[in-house]
Design a protein around this ligand. Structure first.
Ligand code: NAD
Ligand code: ZN
Length: 360
């Protein structure tokens, strides 16, 4: 048996207001005055002086606002890389991603693609990246995905939605400042928070579970229950705890896998563009037979925060569209194997998936 030897984020700073230390943290990493830092920032912060005044631009540094309306695409990564190369004389000193999973994944992908030839679609898969990425920093502004800690950057390409999973993908530095999440709208807070909750359920109930994943998964699960079910947390406590739950949830799946909700949600996302957090919720709501206790708690949380999930997403789909979604979901073999074991194909047929999608 050969065990996987994973890299981790090498540096992390945690605390309310620690975003103020960004300049001190990155300035020793500046290669020279022509090698800029590129800040990729969620455009929800455009015009937000509270955040922008603390982004330390100097020399040829560049700030690029990016919409998180759609999830990252391989073509978008390739365009950004080209734009950066054409605009600057030297290769950047670093890429700093500020935002949710969308911006964090874009920052990771751009950092990898600045040092690797070809197009990002060529690297979707496992361990295809040859050269180390340039220095990259992640600053989450919404908690749940675990993208700040993971070894992947999930991209939608022309043929598939799949991550660039590599030892060079993880951030060199992460800045965990829970205060940055203070203005996240309630629905989005819930959807992205549930991504973390679902990571825990899928990891803890999976056949790949081991003591490493379990120890992180249980902590994240406990924090999620405090945040989404208890009544006595202050807003600040809840923000702090969700940021750490996201981290632990991400660590938990690093050494195991996600499961049924993620496989099926990837199908929805590929065909309909349904975003990750809400897509997971829509799917998970119908997965009692796979995760009875997890789904029962989820329904309680949904009720507590008065969350109404969209219905009838698949009501008007044609045969071909169902086929596309089922192809995407069923191709994610490690997820199914984790969820149901080596004989998963006995339970998961195309008909079974079709019947489940029809409920959504
Ligand atoms: P997101 O990044 O798309 O952000 C969701 C919404 O919240 C956006 O409208 C954004 O503008 C807004 N937002 C973010 N921070 C805000 C703030 N502080 N105040 C107000 N609004 C704010 O959503 P997400 O759920 O964080 O990330 C989803 C993405 O993450 C997907 O692309 C998914 O594939 C990816 N993902 C990656 C991993 C990984 O390990 N790499 C894991 C899970 C999910
Ligand atoms: Zn997820």
């Amino acid at each position: 048996m050969s065990y996987k030897n994973y890299p981790m984020v090498s540096r992390v700073v945690f605390g309310r207001g620690c975003f103020n230390q960004l300049a001190d943290i990155i300035s020793p990493k500046r290669l020279n005055t022509r090698a800029p830092f590129i800040f990729l920032v969620d455009d929800v912060f455009k015009g937000d002086a509270w955040l922008n005044s603390r982004i330390p631009l100097a020399y040829d540094d560049q700030l690029i606002y990016i919409s998180a309306e759609e999830e990252p695409k391989t073509s978008q990564v390739d365009e950004l890389v080209e734009q950066i190369i054409l605009t600057h004389k030297d290769r950047p000193s670093g890429i700093i991603g500020i935002g949710g999973g969308t911006l964090l994944d874009l920052a990771k992908a751009v950092a990898v693609m600045l040092t690797n030839e070809g197009e990002s679609r060529d690297y979707q898969g496992w361990d295809l990246v040859k050269n180390p990425a340039i220095y990259h920093v992640g600053v989450p502004t919404i908690s749940g995905t675990g993208a700040e800690v993971s070894r992947t950057t999930v991209l939608t390409g022309p043929e598939k939605k799949l991550g660039i999973n590599s030892d060079y993908t993880p951030f060199d530095q992460v800045i965990l400042d829970p205060e940055l999440t203070k203005d996240v709208p309630k629905e989005q807070w819930f959807y992205t928070g549930m991504d973390c909750y679902i990571h825990c359920i899928e990891s803890l109930n999976g056949t790949y579970l081991n003591a490493f994943s379990q120890s992180y998964g249980e902590k994240a699960f406990e924090l999620c229950k405090e945040i989404f079910l208890d009544n006595d947390l202050s807003e600040e406590e809840s923000q702090d705890k969700l940021m750490m739950a996201s981290w632990h949830g991400g660590m938990s799946i690093a050494y195991s896998q996600v499961g049924v909700a993620h496989a099926m949600s990837y199908g929805l996302s590929f065909l309909l563009g349904t975003k990750h957090g809400i897509g997971n919720c829509i799917v998970f709501d119908h997965l009692e037979e796979f995760y009875p206790e997890g789904v029962a708690l989820f329904k309680k949380m949904k009720k507590k925060f008065d969350i109404k999930l969209p219905q009838g997403l698949c009501a008007n789909l044609d045969e071909q569209q169902f086929d596309t979604m089922i192809d995407v979901a069923i191709s994610l073999e490690p997820l199914w194997e984790n969820a149901l074991g080596k004989n998963w194909k006995q339970t998961i047929t195309r008909e079974k998936l079709r019947a489940l999608y029809e409920k959504m």
